[in-house]
Design a protein around this ligand. Structure first.
Ligand code: UD1
Ligand code: CA
Length: 472
């Protein structure tokens, strides 16, 4: 992760995130749509923080409370400030609504769009560095084969960039220009507030355009265009662009993991959320999805088709195919799957094994314990070296409340046992196969909880004889 740039006196940032994003065709505000598990707006905010901006002022409007909550949860303790733009009167108006949050601040201000998730901190640096003097304005431009929808950059022969024309205001000639405004700016606070006051809404959309700053700057020290990569600066305006952004981000995550020693058998069939961690020498088979705050240690194997959400995995763990976990902890040397399901608050202590069609919920399986086939273990605390037989069920729910099951070290639970909670099975006890237990079992005992088997010798012969007698 890039460290904040040292030696800079100060930097503030404004992220514009008040718009609705009608082209998404959804009820949800555009900047709340997720890529790699985080809302769009997270990315420019995070990059601005990485560039050393403090504070980062986020201009919110549509679903503003949710935008704020999402950012505060994802970036606890970050120097964020939120301002509300009640009516979306345009990008210049949006920046002006951030002014109260920057009262007294002097120095450079970065302005970013909430819908540009692919920016890198390096690109922000290049725009900041493009400014020739404190009074000047720098803005990022990119060249697009299809510039439709973007503001076009018009250069004048003497002064460099002279103005930005929005698509709706452009002449047919201007629409042919392929250099477009990327929507990323760096300007001095003083210049910004002074110049924004002069922006009006005399244009096709009756909006206050931030892009007017370029023409207004040309009257003074001028504006500088910093050319950036189109991949990085492209915005998300509709569902297709959202999916393309997700691909680019996923690819970046995959590349970073491979660069750190992770083997991805097929990076094209790999999904990971921003922030997941995987240790070196871990092999990830195809079609794995790592979500949320998942952290995987070194030397593991993650089987095909597994989905791990906010799961912490130790070292040398083998997760066999099609395992689904959520908020679980799997310690060193465990073997899980295929087809296991670990629900929230499940813990597998070192060397535990969980096999096919085993579901755990809020259950701790102790060191070296095994539940290898077809079991449901819920609200259970299971000691070390326990063998949970095939078909074991903890009946933790009585229709109203959940009850705990406690199983001591070294217990052997025979197959097809039903443990009706609350119940305790003491250390070293044996539960006979097929038992239904409703009472606790003291340590070292054998518990049988099943109907005694009855065998009627010669029963078939007697029945047949009886039938033959009737037939006569
Ligand atoms: C804007 C630029 C255009 C540039 C493009 C790059 C203007 C007038 N045009 O157009 O030159 O090529 O970005 O992506 O600036 N927003 C607010 N409040 C508002 C209006 C917008 O917060 O009143 C926010 C939006 O939520 C969005 C960002 O500003 O995150 C950009 O707005 P958007 O409507 O997407 O601008 P574009 O039409 O794409
Ligand atoms: Ca846009």
């Amino acid at each position: 992760m890039p460290t904040p740039r040292k030696g800079r006196r100060s930097l503030a940032a404004i992220v514009l995130a008040a718009g609705r994003g009608t082209r998404m065709k959804t009820r949800r505000a555009k900047v709340l749509h997720e890529v790699c598990g985080r809302p769009l707006v997270y990315y420019p905010v995070k990059r601005a923080l990485e560039a050393g901006a403090s504070p980062v002022v986020v201009v919110v409007g549509h679903q503003g409370d949710e935008v704020r909550r999402a950012l505060e949860t994802l970036l606890p303790g970050a120097p964020l400030r939120f301002v509300r733009q009640e009516r979306q009167l345009g990008t210049a108006h949006a920046v002006l609504s951030a002014k109260p949050a920057l009262r007294g601040y002097r120095g450079p201000v970065l302005i970013l769009s909430g819908d540009t998730p692919l920016l890198t901190a390096r690109t922000l640096e290049s725009v900041l560095e493009a400014r020739t003097s404190p009074g000047s304005l720098a803005f990022a431009t990119m060249v697009l084969e299809n510039p439709a929808g973007y503001g076009r950059v018009v250069h004048s022969p003497e002064k460099g960039p002279a103005l930005i024309v929005e698509e709706k205001d452009a002449t047919p000639e201007e629409r042919k220009i392929k250099e477009v405004n990327a929507g990323l700016y760096a300007a001095d606070a003083e210049f910004l507030w002074k110049t924004l006051a002069r922006v009006d809404a005399r244009n096709a959309q009756r909006e206050f355009y931030l892009t007017d700053l370029v023409a207004l700057a040309a009257e003074g020290p001028g504006a500088v265009a910093a050319r950036v990569s189109a991949v990085e600066a492209s915005g998300v305006n509709d569902q297709e662009e959202l999916s393309l952004a997700a691909r680019v981000l996923t690819r970046r995550i995959a590349q970073a993991l491979m660069a750190s020693g992770v083997t991805l058998e097929d990076p094209e069939r790999f999904d990971a959320d921003e922030g997941v961690e995987v240790g070196p020498d871990t092999v990830v088979e195809p079609s794995v999805r790592l979500r949320g705050a998942t952290r995987i240690g070194p030397g593991c194997r993650i089987g095909q088709g597994s989905i791990l959400a906010s799961t912490v995995v130790g070292a040398g763990v083998e997760i066999r195919p099609y395992t689904v976990t959520d908020r679980a902890r799997i310690e060193d040397g465990c073997v899980v799957g295929p087809f296991s399901r670990l629900r929230p608050e499940s813990v597998l202590a070192e060397g535990a094994h969980v096999g096919n069609f085993v579901e755990l919920k809020k259950t701790r399986l102790g060191r070296g314990s095994k539940a290898n086939h077809l079991a449901y273990l819920g609200d259970a605390t299971i000691g070390a070296s326990v063998n949970v037989g095939c078909g074991t069920i903890t009946c933790n729910y009585d229709g109203e409340r959940k009850h705990p099951t406690t199983i001591g070290d070294g217990v052997f639970v025979g197959s097809d046992s039903i443990l009706v909670a609350p119940i305790r099975i003491g250390k070293g006890a044996y539960v006979a196969a097929g038992s239904t237990l409703t009472e606790s079992v003291p340590a070292g005992s054998l518990a049988l909880g099943r109907a005694r088997q009855v065998v009627k010798r010669g029963w078939v012969r007697k029945r047949d004889a009886a039938r033959a007698g009737k037939g006569k």
